[in-house]
Write a protein that binds this ligand. Structure first.
Ligand code: HEM
Ligand code: HEM
Length: 221
């Protein structure tokens, strides 16, 4: 059987799918509030109710995950905020890699490449922004000054546009792009089953693959 490598542990995968489900519900109900012609869909305010229930899930799921997985959380946050020269290499190679499938152009990557790191960073930063602005709109609607509420709506909308558009890129690059295939052992498999084939790991995340292989070897000796 083909050798496989663990990429995402079970708690991380569970968090990803709960968070993704909540985010998609927030995105769709938010879209109905954001686009006036879709207003007829918001009759009886059911969209507002779903938006609030999904918002609770969106905030509470990571709050449960973090204390139970604080080492992985710290590692993840460190990764998201560590940027340097190697990210320039990815940015230069990315157009040829993603548009022409030229794998030679791409320098070896760690567990997360620069594009994945950017999405992860956006999820952290905009997640906090969504929560702060959303809670103010929710609980301080009558108490807060109108100007503050207007700013909260604008900032919430900017976060919606930025993360909403990146979500489509994220789904395309993690499931549809031919380089991320096959589904059974490639990127999809990493979030569905937690594992990828050694071949996939070597060609997409060579630095991570080398590090993990050396750690495994050291454990055996
Ligand atoms: C609903 C559709 C979604 C699908 C099909 C999907 C799929 C995936 C897959 C396959 C991966 C693994 C990529 C790899 O390691 O090679 C992944 C990673 C990740 N996903 Fe999602 N995802 C979805 C939604 C979301 C949402 C809504 C968020 C954030 C709120 C999110 C955040 C992340 C993060 C931070 C990672 C790790 C970094 C990365 O690989 O980009 N995902 N996703
Ligand atoms: C993190 C937790 C979040 C909370 C607490 C929250 C809360 C709110 C609240 C209270 C409103 C005001 C409208 C209403 O009365 O229902 C609102 C509007 C909206 N939300 Fe959220 N939200 C959150 C996350 C998100 C996310 C993740 C998205 C999209 C990806 C989103 C997109 C929107 C949009 C587009 C609007 C309409 C704003 C407008 O009127 O222009 N929200 N949200």
């Amino acid at each position: 059987m083909e050798t496989e490598i663990e990429r995402y542990r079970k708690p991380t995968r569970i968090l990803h799918w709960i968070h993704a489900g909540a985010f998609v519900a927030l995105f769709l109900t938010g879209l109905i509030l954001f686009v006036p012609p879709l207003g007829f869909l918001a009759q009886d305010s059911w969209t507002r109710v779903i938006h609030r229930v999904a918002a609770i899930l969106f905030v509470v799921a990571p709050l449960i995950y973090i204390p139970l997985n604080w080492k992985a959380t710290l590692r993840g946050i460190k990764d998201a905020f560590s940027w340097g020269g190697k990210d320039m290499g990815w940015m230069q190679a990315a157009p040829r890699y993603y548009f022409l499938s030229d794998e030679e152009a791409m320098p070896p990557q760690e567990h997360m490449n620069t594009g994945q790191k950017l999405w992860w960073l956006m999820v952290i930063v905009f997640g906090v922004i969504f929560a702060i602005t959303g809670v103010i709109m929710w609980f301080a609607k009558t108490a807060a000054p109108i100007a503050l509420l207007q700013w909260m709506v604008i900032i919430h909308d900017v976060a919606f546009i930025a993360t909403g558009s990146m979500l489509f890129v994220h789904i395309y690059l993690s499931v549809v792009h031919p380089l991320m295939r096959p589904l059974r052992t490639g990127a999809w498999s990493s979030m569905a089953r937690g594992k990828v084939s050694a071949d996939y790991a070597r060609s997409h995340h060579a630095k991570w693959y080398d590090r993990v292989s050396k750690e495994k070897e050291a454990e055996l000796h």
